[in-house]
Design a protein around this ligand. Structure first.
Ligand code: GAL
Length: 151
C-alpha cells in the first residue's frame, strides 16, 4: 500500500483528479469543534458499500458506512477492537445512489458530528470517543471514485 498522500494523482492533461481508494490522510493536530471534513466522490454503478472512517490509532471514532445493498447508512464506532451499536435512522430514504456523485461534509461539533450530504443536513452522531484531538486520521474506502478530500 502506498504511504499517506495529501495530493491526488493527476495525469498531465487529465480532466479531473481522482484519489486512490482506499485513501488515508492525517488530520494534523486532530479534530476540534467547528472543524469540517469534506469528502466528494461518485458511487460506483455496482457499489455494495463504502465507508468514511475517522481514526484514533486503532480505534474508529466514527464509521460512516453507506450500504447500497441494504439501502442504509450505518454509523458506528469501534473502540478497543469492538464495534458498538449501529445507528441507522435517516430522515429520508437512502440518499446515496449508484452512479451519482456526492459531497459529504462531516462537521465536528463539541457533542457530536453533524453530517451534511450535498449541503443538506442528513444526520448527527453523538461522540462516543470524546477526546477529539486524538482523532487524527481519515480513511475512505469501498466502492466509490474519490474526487476530493479536504481535512
Ligand atoms: C460490520 C461490518 C463492518 C462495519 C460494522 C459497523 O458488520 O463488518 O465493516 O460496517 O458492521 O457496525
Amino acid at each position: 500500500m502506498s504511504s499517506q498522500r495529501s495530493q491526488p494523482a493527476q495525469a498531465p492533461g487529465a480532466k479531473s483528479k481522482t484519489y486512490p481508494v482506499p485513501y488515508f490522510t492525517s488530520i494534523p493536530g486532530g479534530l476540534q469543534p467547528s472543524q469540517v471534513i469534506s469528502v466528494s466522490g461518485t458511487v460506483l454503478p455496482n457499489a455494495k458499500r463504502f465507508h468514511i472512517n475517522l481514526l484514533a490509532g486503532s480505534d474508529i471514532a466514527f464509521h460512516l458506512n453507506p450500504r447500497l445493498s441494504e439501502k442504509t447508512v450505518v454509523r458506528n464506532s469501534k473502540i478497543k477492537g469492538s464495534w458498538g451499536s449501529e445507528e441507522k435512522s435517516l430522515p429520508v430514504s437512502m440518499p446515496f445512489i449508484p452512479g451519482h456523485s456526492f459531497k459529504v461534509e462531516i462537521i465536528c461539533e463539541a457533542q457530536c458530528y453533524r453530517v451534511a450530504l450535498d449541503g443538506q443536513h442528513l444526520l448527527a452522531y453523538t461522540h462516543r470517543l470524546k477526546h477529539l484531538p486524538a482523532i487524527n486520521a481519515l480513511e475512505v474506502a469501498g466502492d466509490i471514485q474519490l474526487t476530493d478530500v479536504q481535512v
